[in-house]
Design a protein around this ligand. Structure first.
Ligand code: SF4
Length: 458
């Protein structure tokens, strides 16, 4: 039985897309392996949002090819956003590459890879001296309906939660972002298809779903009507809420544009919505937001956060912030710090601005030096971390409901799970018995970013 190894870099959408590809290989008779050295097909799914992810992916591919140089039949491929944005050019950068497949063609990856592998295996039988290389595929074309192809899941042990891709693409044009080029226009899946997928997950024991979209709250705005003043996204939340067996619903990431009162109100009458939103702010300076082509002001962002906190007691808000955007002055940067202090985010991902080719920001004047970006990164992180650590510390002594996800990734002898606020909690117990269960955990200690406690079992 042939084996496939899939490495994913980047966001949850990429993870979800890789899962779909893995499922197709399983259905095609392959074993999905976590050991690249034994794989017959090696695929990297990587994002383009940050240069670092691209460099890592290229480096990893080079290393794997070098290590596997004696296994001449192995098929190597890139898929996802980097494949989409670089296309054919990747064959020049990585000469032994066989397959480059873009973001609207994940459903074709198996066919391409398996086709090449079968040819090579047959050629090897006919002529053992055959070089086996040659023949490559690059498919980065658009495909109507491709958003509907990310819908199947692989079986995992201890699966308590799952990602569900509800849409693809983004019609915004943030000046720093390459996503509209790599993922195409916004395209939503029908509510009935998404609900069918969620029902299937629930039937397999999944208790929590995270609805994924580049601009998730704008789901369906170009395809489906508002009904009774509710956006298609709120209609979808209501429909998913009805699914028996699903106890928790999350979504990521929303945009301030289109974050209207119907969505805020949904948190008052849909109790399965978790008490956490990840809500990218990007900058606290109106001037920089304008340069970023983010069509809202800082006060609007703050107003939405405050309304959300009023709608749901104890709501946790995390965010993304870019530091060192071209032209960012000390005053602009201070505005980001001030907003973090004012909103007291539960946590934040802080990114140093990095140029993405073919984006307007890459050509802007006033690019900051790496040292300046790094210094702002550190200064902002200090504020973010201080707040996050103190919020976690305040939970010591409380009892939290935690969805047990199984063995902890950092210490497999213990279990881990998440609170409704998306805080990680580590505790002891039997994974076979507790995974997938909602448990009350007495919080006894805070390790800064994780909590530690004891399960209150009957
Ligand atoms: S909203 Fe902006 S940052 Fe987010 S995916 Fe779209 S263009 Fe990129």
């Amino acid at each position: 039985m042939p084996k496939v190894y899939i490495k994913t870099y980047g966001c949850q959408m990429n993870e979800r897309d890789s899962e779909q590809v893995a499922r197709m290989f399983s259905e095609g008779g392959y074993t999905v392996t976590s050991h690249e050295s034994e794989a017959d097909a090696i695929l990297i799914n990587t994002c383009s949002v940050r240069d670092q992810a691209e460099q890592k992916a290229l480096g990893k591919m080079g290393t794997m090819m070098h290590k596997g140089r004696d296994r001449k039949h192995v098929v190597y491929g890139f898929m996802g956003c980097m494949a989409q944005s670089r296309g054919e050019e990747l064959f020049k950068a990585v000469p032994s590459l066989d397959v480059v497949v873009g973001t609207q063609k994940y459903h074709k990856v198996f066919e391409y890879v398996d086709g090449i592998l079968q040819q090579r295996l047959e050629a090897r039988m006919d002529d053992p001296t055959h070089s086996l290389r040659g023949g490559s595929v690059c498919d980065v074309a658009e495909e109507e309906g491709s958003q509907n192809t990310i819908r199947d899941h692989t079986h995992k042990s201890y699966q308590a939660s799952a990602f569900v891709s509800i849409m693809q693409g983004c019609n915004m044009r943030c000046s720093f972002c390459i996503v509209p080029d790599t993922r195409g226009k916004e395209r939503g899946r029908p509510i009935s298809d998404i609900v069918g997928e969620v029902r299937h997950l629930a039937a397999n024991g999944v208790k929590e779903v995270t609805l994924l979209g580049q601009i998730v709250n704008l789901y369906g705005r170009t395809e489906f009507p508002r009904i009774d003043g509710k956006s298609p996204f709120v209609q979808l939340l209501e429909a998913v809420h009805e699914v028996e067996g699903i106890e928790r619903i999350r979504f990521t990431s929303p945009h301030p544009i289109g974050y209207r009162d119907d969505l805020i109100t949904a948190f008052t009458y849909l109790p399965k919505l978790c008490s956490h939103i990840h809500f990218p702010m990007q900058s606290g300076s109106d001037r920089i937001l304008r340069e970023m082509r983010r069509p809202y002001k800082n006060e609007k962002f703050i107003e939405i956060c405050e309304k959300m906190k009023a709608a749901r007691d104890g709501l946790a808000i995390t965010t993304d912030i870019i530091v060192g955007f071209p032209g960012e002055t000390e005053e602009d940067f201070q505005a980001s710090i001030d907003t973090v202090e004012r909103l007291q985010f539960d946590n934040a991902f802080v990114f140093r601005y990095s140029k993405r080719r073919n984006t307007p920001a890459a050509e802007m004047d006033g690019q900051l030096t790496e040292a300046e970006k790094e210094s702002r990164n550190q200064r902002l992180l200090e504020v973010v971390n201080r707040i996050a650590i103190s919020k976690n510390a305040a939970l010591v002594g409380s009892r939290q409901q935690v969805l047990c996800e199984g063995p902890s990734k950092t210490n497999a002898a213990r279990l881990s799970g998440r609170t409704t606020q998306n805080r990680i909690v580590i505790f002891d117990g039997d994974a076979d018995r507790l995974a997938g269960q909602l448990l009350d955990i007495q919080i006894e200690e805070s390790g800064g970013f994780s909590l530690f406690g004891t399960a209150c079992l009957a």
